[in-house]
Design a protein around this ligand. Structure first.
Ligand SMILES: Cc1cc2nc3c(=O)[nH]c(=O)nc-3n(C[C@H](O)[C@H](O)[C@H](O)COP(=O)(O)OP(=O)(O)OC[C@H]3O[C@@H](n4cnc5c(N)ncnc54)[C@H](O)[C@@H]3O)c2cc1C
Length: 371
């Protein structure tokens, strides 16, 4: 795996240090001789890597910078991805990394601390055709420790973090037998005694959904009031409701498995897995700092290709959609890559036409007369 250190900025133009120069030498489609990438992708989960795969195959100069903390790392298996069902999450990423590296994409193990849109003179040291268009001439991408990359376009695929309720034991068992997504894990715990922690406005629907996988579902209603119509729906589907605050999840340490839920009054209800809805917090500080617009719930807004309100900056995967699964994030990566490549082709054509006119003092092209 390639690591980069040492790009330095001088006189407004990004200069590459030795490590970045080594990167260039080692990759068929790395940064150009001035250290520029067509696209820098932040985040090498399924979203970022699939964008890199399509762009690498489109012969774009691409770097993917990743901090190495994918969301599903605590889980032993990844489910629901056709042909990869049951694969270890780390294995999917390792295979993906090898594939994109095979197309000359640079993989850089680092955290991106900041991204800055820069104007023509700062970024390229020369006028850019189409200057005055909405897209910035380029972006400076600052890595932890100081190196700076230069990119024409940015894809942010930084995912989200799951904030669990403050109940002892949840964090330790997260992704093992404390779970959130029935589509990811429901089949593996089918027909077993399951619990749902009522810590979220969506917990009743969560319990009703989970009932699809097991007839033995208990909703621990914890601290809130259950409305009569909610109680009726749960009773109709045979979901039991246990009232009272939850103290902790109980673990059978010898078996290394969750064995129950303990309530504040000392009761323990035997369960083999517990589902809980975390608060999902997008890793969107880079997008926010760039000025990307967000919706009323605070999630960055983007179109189907991932284009945010800031031209040249795309957001894909969980950073903009908490519902995105691995396969969905990968699909968003592909859609973003197609859109970006077309944009760059258009820009390259405009650049070439302007250069041709400047070099030859040619008037705008007109077909030769036919005699
Ligand atoms: C326990 C658990 C189990 C799951 N199981 C499944 C499953 O079985 N099937 C399924 O389809 N989905 C599953 N999911 C959901 C799955 O994790 C997400 O759908 C998927 O990870 C989204 O991909 P992504 O590319 O958007 O983000 P991620 O996979 O989270 O990747 C984001 C990457 O960006 C990096 N990053 C963040 N900030 C920076 C920065 N500033 N600089 C550089 N890098 C940065 C992170 O380190 C990370 O590597 C599960 C989730 C959890 C929590």
């Amino acid at each position: 795996m390639v690591q980069t250190r040492g790009a330095v900025e001088a006189g407004g133009v990004v200069q590459a240090g030795p490590a970045v120069q080594a990167l260039r030498a080692g990759g068929a489609q790395g940064a150009d001789e001035a250290g520029r990438y067509d696209v820098v992708i932040v985040g090498a989960g399924a979203g970022g890597l699939n964008a890199a795969l399509v762009l690498g195959r489109a012969r774009r100069r691409v770097a993917v910078v990743d901090a190495g903390e994918p969301r599903n790392a605590p889980a032993a298996h990844m489910q629901g991805f056709l042909s990869r069902d049951g694969m270890a999450p780390a294995e999917l990423l390792a295979v993906g990394r090898a594939e994109v590296a095979g197309y000359g994409v640079h993989l850089i193990d680092a955290r991106v601390d900041g991204i800055e849109a820069v104007d023509d003179a700062d970024a390229a040291g020369r006028a850019r055709p189409g200057a005055g268009s909405a897209v910035a001439a380029g972006f400076h991408v600052t890595l932890s420790g100081g190196p700076v990359l230069w990119a024409r376009r940015i894809v942010v695929a930084t995912g989200l973090r799951d904030v669990l309720p403050d109940i002892p034991g949840l964090r330790e068992r997260w992704g093992r037998d404390v779970l959130h997504c029935p589509y990811c894990h429901g089949y593996e715990v089918r027909d077993r005694p399951l619990g749902v922690l009522g810590t979220h406005p969506g917990s009743v629907d969560h319990a009703l959904l989970l009932r699809q996988w097991s007839q033995d579902v208990v909703l621990f209603w914890h601290t809130a009031e259950l409305r009569p119509e909610q109680a009726e729906r749960l009773a109709a589907r045979g979901v039991r409701v246990v009232e009272g605050a939850v103290k902790r999840v109980v673990v059978d340490t010898a078996a290394d498995a969750l064995s129950g839920v303990e309530l504040a009054d000392g009761r323990v209800v035997a369960r083999e897995a517990v589902f809980v809805l975390p608060q999902m917090v997008p890793h969107d500080t880079l997008l926010a700092a760039l000025g990307c617009a967000a919706d009323e719930n605070g999630w960055v807004v983007a179109d189907q290709a991932g284009r945010t309100s800031v031209p040249g900056v795309l957001a894909i995967g969980n950073v903009r959609d908490p519902r995105a699964q691995v396969v969905t994030a990968a699909g968003m990566g592909a859609a973003a890559a197609f859109a970006l490549n077309i944009e760059l082709v258009e820009e390259d054509v405009a650049h070439a036409v302007a250069s041709r006119r400047t070099a030859a003092y040619l008037p705008p092209f007109s077909p030769a007369p036919v005699h």
